[in-house]
Design a protein around this ligand. Structure first.
Ligand SMILES: *Cc1c(COP(=O)(O)O)cnc(C)c1O
Length: 389
């Protein structure tokens, strides 16, 4: 049996999405910037996709920019806003951001920006009070993710934007606000006007769309400059020939996921809770990391104490189960997210992230619960830490 439980790393492309994309490879292959009919048809698909995405997010079409994915959207929001602001100053993020944000801030720190990395509590929540205390006269940008990709914790984005807009009323220099919503799209509703943010990043492959295509929402009037120069596509913000099949695929995937979000989220949460309960009942010495009650519905992060997560993952893989140690991009190093939560290093080593998608079934959970206790017991038998406890 094969069980895929790494949907926070990536998802399968929905067959309906593939079907929607196919004509744009061989039939409607024109360049959307060309004036003749092949180009006009591609342009029509581009415009329609932009309208669809804008409609779902509560944005205007001219606030939607297509990029190559979550990483580029995060980089464009951060470097593009600061470039438009045009002066150095203080910027704020959290210690548990995805590396696309965290390493961008570390780079900016080396370039002379002053950076605050906010702590999180043991559930992974940023404190709005701590954020408020960290703000300075020269603060330019705040970037806090919507939900974390290792533990699923949802951040108080609306409270933060309310705080910032109150502060901005009395400031000379506006503080801009970006959120990486790559993990939330398709799992919780996103309305950019309600969240009241300046920039929001999405990536199609996290919601059953293709890899290599994403969106950056930029509020009308918010500071933004390009970080790449070329053919002036995407209203000059993101040059490069538009990837029409993938843009069409992203728009279809977002439409499908928005449409079935309520029922999918319910099913997925039930499967996750069943796995959590089963693990706790069948396996001693397990810690649940984060707080599933304050999280997106699809992530369960558990530390199997006294063994190494990597060995556990390898043995699960041998039984056909795909899960991960947290972040697909951080293999080999200890999770910076769990460290920020205050999880002790030994328990970080024993951490495994199970992340569900809409293809998972009860049978998947039953199978994991059937093989996992034996694997854990086997590894513990060989573990000096287990024997010595
Ligand atoms: C996956 C992910 C990204 C990166 O998106 P890509 O499309 O793979 O570049 C960024 N942020 C978060 C929270 C993610 O989960």
């Amino acid at each position: 049996m094969k069980v895929y439980l790494d949907n926070s790393a990536t998802t399968s492309v929905d067959p309906a999405v593939v079907k929607e994309m196919l004509p744009y490879f061989e039939q409607v292959y024109g360049n959307a910037s060309s004036f003749y009919s092949f180009g006009r048809e591609a342009k029509a698909a581009l415009d329609k996709s932009r309208e669809t995405v804008a409609g779902i997010l509560g944005a205007k079409a001219d606030e939607i920019f297509f990029t190559s994915g979550g990483t580029e959207s995060d980089n464009l929001a951060i470097f593009g806003s600061l470039s438009a602001i045009g002066k150095k100053g203080h910027i704020i993020t959290s210690k548990i951001e995805h590396h696309a944000v965290l390493y961008s801030f570390e780079h900016l720190e080396k370039m002379g920006y002053e950076v605050t990395y906010l702590n999180v509590d043991k559930n992974g929540s940023v404190s709005v009070e701590e954020l408020e205390k960290s703000i300075k006269d020269n603060t330019l940008l705040v970037s806090i993710m919507h939900a974390n990709n290792e533990i699923g914790t949802l951040q108080p984005i609306k409270e933060i934007s309310t705080l910032l807009s109150n502060l901005n009323n009395a400031r000379k220099d506006k503080i801009y606000f970006h959120t990486d919503a790559v993990q939330t799209a398709g799992k919780v509703p996103i309305d950019v006007k309600d969240l009241d943010i300046d920039y929001l990043s999405l990536s199609a492959h996290k919601f059953n769309g293709p890899k290599g295509i994403g969106v950056l929402y930029v509020k009308r009037g918010s500071a933004i400059s390009p970080i790449m120069y070329g053919g002036h596509q995407e209203n000059g913000l993101r040059s490069g020939t538009e990837n029409i099949p993938y843009i069409v695929g992203l728009s279809k995937a977002l439409e499908l996921s928005a449409h079935s979000m309520a029922s999918n989220s319910q099913t997925i949460a039930r499967l996750r809770d069943k796995l959590q309960l089963g693990i706790i009942n069948k396996i001693p010495e397990v810690l649940i990391n984060g707080n599933p009650a304050k999280s997106i519905p699809n992530i369960l992060n558990a530390s199997f104490r006294y063994i190494e997560g990597e060995s556990l993952l390898a043995r699960m893989d041998a039984k056909g189960i795909s899960a991960s140690a947290g972040s697909a991009c951080a293999t080999g190093s200890l999770s910076h997210v769990l460290a920020a939560l205050g999880v002790n290093p030994v328990d970080i080593q024993g951490a495994v992230r199970f992340s569900f998608g809409h293809n998972n079934t009860e049978a998947d959970v039953d199978y994991v619960l059937e093989v996992l206790p034996e694997i854990v017991a086997g590894l513990r038998k060989m573990s000096p830490l287990w024997k010595g406890k």
